[in-house]
Ligand binder design. Structure first.
Ligand code: SPQ
Length: 425
């Protein structure tokens, strides 16, 4: 797909539902008693993988793709059926890791597998704590990646000190903790996104959060809920950056989730001097939303590190593009997790931005970007990573000449209509 220079992006846009919340709505809805109705569900390939996996375990799920409404007829905590086939998670790390926490406690054995990218992503981070709880979980190829074989067992509560700030690790343990014979807690180096904890609370689970520790009590049952999924801030991020760096632009993104564990990009924009405002702030079951308006801005470099990193981990590729359009140097540290996403997002950003003429270097745990150098078009290998493809669409619209994105269709993972929405502006 080809991109050329643009100016004057104007208008309002509503981005699709939050990917993390959409996944969790399927999983908790499947385990609840009664029918959970989800509005604003993300119809991205990753969330459809979550639906398909739970359907294979006997859960009736109706997905109205015209209205983005999903109805999940929950089977209750202990009534999932043994799948007749491999549980195919596609490209979705969230499905793989969270569902493994649930599978670890079932009365059957299952095989979890996904695409070539999933088969390279580290699973030891969940295998270790789940095994400590008593789970029988093995990597079939012995490389600590999928395919995983999970034989359900009786689980015990643990207090786990996680070496990484990862919502997927935390959530896998907390989901397993629903079935444990005692209290389960997870402490992280920094707080990661807390959608599982918030949704647990609304489904009636006894969950407590204190600083970087989340503690869950075993559950007897979950109560079905009505869920409104806010717009995904990770998807909004591309329009936030487009509005800030494209000349003569003003964009409003409506109904975006601004959960404080996810809103790091807003902090970065403010630190860089961006013209960004939040209006119409509302709250639904602990998940606040706002309309975000951005205008073309003169930006300065900043340092992004520490506790801020988990709050914007998926936005770092597009933030690297933003940094190219700022005066001065932007330093991204403590972000080694970027290496184990759908692609190695440090290497892929540095290679592709260098090809466009940016002054960028990779470090052990991030990137250093010296902004202010004009970008020119290049051929971009997305590595079939949706966040890379969307980031370079925005870069290509702000570069001289033509940018060609290879594998551009991978946006389907989290934002199927991304290019159409961009075109509308
Ligand atoms: O699901 P997947 O493939 O892991 O998706 C990504 C993404 O860019 O969409 C990461 F590659 O988001 C993760 C995120 O990075 C989604 C997520 C969640 O829903 O719990 C948490 C983060 O991952 P982690 O490893 O930090 O827990």
């Amino acid at each position: 797909m080809l991109f050329t220079k643009k100016h004057n992006l104007q208008g309002e846009i509503t981005v699709p539902g939050d990917k993390s919340i959409s996944h969790r709505s399927i999983m908790l809805g499947a385990l609840a008693n009664g029918t959970t109705e989800v509005q604003g569900f993300l119809q991205g390939a990753d969330c459809l993988s979550s639906i398909a996996c739970f359907q294979k375990m006997g859960v009736e799920i109706e997905n109205n793709t015209a209205t983005n409404t999903v109805r999940i007829h929950g089977l209750g905590l202990r009534n999932l059926k043994a799948p007749q086939d491999v549980l195919d998670v596609g490209n979705s790390g969230t499905t793989t890791r969270l569902m493994s926490g649930i599978l670890a406690a079932q009365s059957f054995t299952s095989i979890v597998n996904g695409d070539a990218s999933i088969q390279k992503r580290p699973m030891k981070r969940i295998m270790t704590p789940l095994s400590l709880m008593g789970a029988d979980i093995t990597s079939i190829n012995g490389n600590d990646c999928a395919p995983l074989r999970i034989q359900g067992k009786t689980l015990h509560g643990i207090h786990y000190q996680s070496p990484v700030a990862s919502a997927q690790v935390k959530s896998a343990i907390l989901l397993a903790g629903l079935y444990a014979d005692g209290e389960t807690s997870v402490t992280e180096p920094y707080v990661s996104r807390n959608h599982t904890e918030l949704m647990f609370e609304s489904f009636g689970v006894n969950i407590r959060c204190n600083g970087t520790t989340a503690t869950v009590q075993p559950a007897s049952h979950l109560d079905a809920q009505q869920i409104h999924v806010p717009g995904d801030i990770s998807s909004a991020a591309y329009f936030i950056v487009a509005g800030l760096i494209t000349p003569d632009s003003c964009i409003t993104i409506k109904n975006v989730g601004i959960n404080p564990t996810r809103d790091g990009i807003l902090d970065v924009c403010k630190a860089m001097g961006a013209d960004i405002t939040l209006d119409n702030i509302r709250n639904h079951v602990g998940e606040p939303t706002a309309d975000i308006t951005v205008r073309t801005s003169s930006l300065k470099g900043t340092v992004i590190e520490g506790a801020l990193i988990p709050k914007l981990i998926d936005e770092l590729p597009i933030i690297a593009i933003l940094a190219c359009f700022a005066n001065g140097t932007t330093i991204i540290k403590d972000a080694q997790e970027l290496k184990v996403k759908e692609s190695n997002r440090i290497d892929v950003m540095v290679q592709n931005l260098s090809a466009m003429g940016a002054d960028i270097e990779a470090t052990e745990d991030g990137m250093i970007i010296r902004g202010g150098k004009a970008l020119h078009g290049a051929v971009i290998d997305s590595k079939l990573d949706h966040r890379i493809a969307m980031s370079f669409a925005i870069a290509g619209m702000n570069a001289e000449g033509t940018t060609e994105i290879q594998g551009a269709e991978c946006v389907n993972i989290s934002y199927p209509n991304f290019y159409q929405d961009l075109e509308r502006l």
